[in-house]
Design a protein around this ligand. Structure first.
Ligand code: PAF
Length: 281
């Protein structure tokens, strides 16, 4: 595995791969690699000839009161994991390399600030869209792999790449969960033992929603009321949102129909967690 920190070096690597007719799959990450990321790398291996993983904690997608400074970073561990999963190139640019002095451009996908995490994290998705477009312009992949856990992020990135004719196929992979159901996330490392127990309320509320849908319930309000009860019983009181939406358009649904996203966000202690389930109704 080659570790590359410069944009020019990454470009050369990608151009050489392309010149040999090799297809490139790309997994963008902010590091602190966990089973969710590694499942994307494994899928990437099956989707293309070569796999690039990027590790870059993107300052543009953190709000002023968010956890940019304390976001977990461990490049040596991450590099070992990426190598073991068969990553071919690890791209680890510095903030200065990505955003040199004078940098001024942002990409915005209209409408993303009005729903789900966009409401409580102004600027977050434009930060994500911007860095992903920059990374795609450097790595030049055929296929990009993202996790379903960040459902809104996947919708925003897909829209942006399609709207800007990037010619990159996006594959969204299922959320990886711990044995007890908690969605795997880098931010789980912030949780104390008690918070970790309470955080289970999130996945439990979503599993309840899924059971209700499977047994024929179609009223969003009824499902959300059930979810709210599960969260409150688990001791999760600081709920940011519980929403039922069309999975592709992210428009709210009153009755469940078609490709449905049930999404939840809550703060447990100081940690904001998100999770969702996607259902064909
Ligand atoms: O999901 C993440 O880790 C980040 O939002 C991403 C896609 C790597 C962009 O910084």
């Amino acid at each position: 595995m080659k570790t590359i920190s410069k944009i020019a070096g990454m470009r050369r690597w990608s151009e050489a791969a392309r010149a040999k007719g090799r297809r490139v799959a790309f997994v963008p990450t902010m590091g602190c690699l966990h089973e969710g990321h590694l499942s994307l790398v494994r899928k990437a291996r099956r989707e293309a000839d070569l796999v690039v993983v990027s590790i870059f904690v993107n300052p543009l997608q953190f709000g002023p009161k968010e956890d940019f400074k304390r976001y977990p970073r461990n490049l040596r561990r991450d590099a070992g994991l990426a190598r073991r999963e068969g990553c071919d190139a690890l791209f680890v640019p510095s903030p200065r390399e990505m955003y040199p002095a004078g940098y001024r451009t942002r990409v915005t996908v209209e409408g993303t600030e009005e729903v789900l995490c966009g409401r409580s994290r102004p600027g977050h998705f434009s930060g994500v869209a911007t860095v992903v477009l920059k990374l795609v312009n450097v790595v030049w992949p055929d296929v990009l792999l993202l996790g379903q856990k960040d459902a809104q992020q996947a919708v925003v990135i897909k829209r942006m790449l399609q709207d800007l004719n990037a010619g990159v196929r996006v594959v969204v992979c299922p959320t990886v969960r711990e044995k007890d159901g908690l969605a795997v996330s880098s931010r789980n490392s912030y949780l104390s033992a008690d918070e970790r127990r309470r955080a289970l309320g999130l996945s439990r509320s979503l599993f309840l929603a899924r059971r209700l849908v499977r047994t024929g319930e179609r009223r969003a309000a009824v499902i959300i009321a059930g979810m709210r009860k599960v969260l409150s019983e688990a001791g999760v009181t600081d709920v940011d949102y519980l929403e039922i939406l069309d999975a592709a358009e992210l428009t709210p649904l009153r009755r469940l129909d078609g490709d449905v996203l049930i999404a939840a966000a809550a703060r447990v202690g100081r940690t904001r967690l998100i999770d969702n389930v996607r259902l064909k109704v």
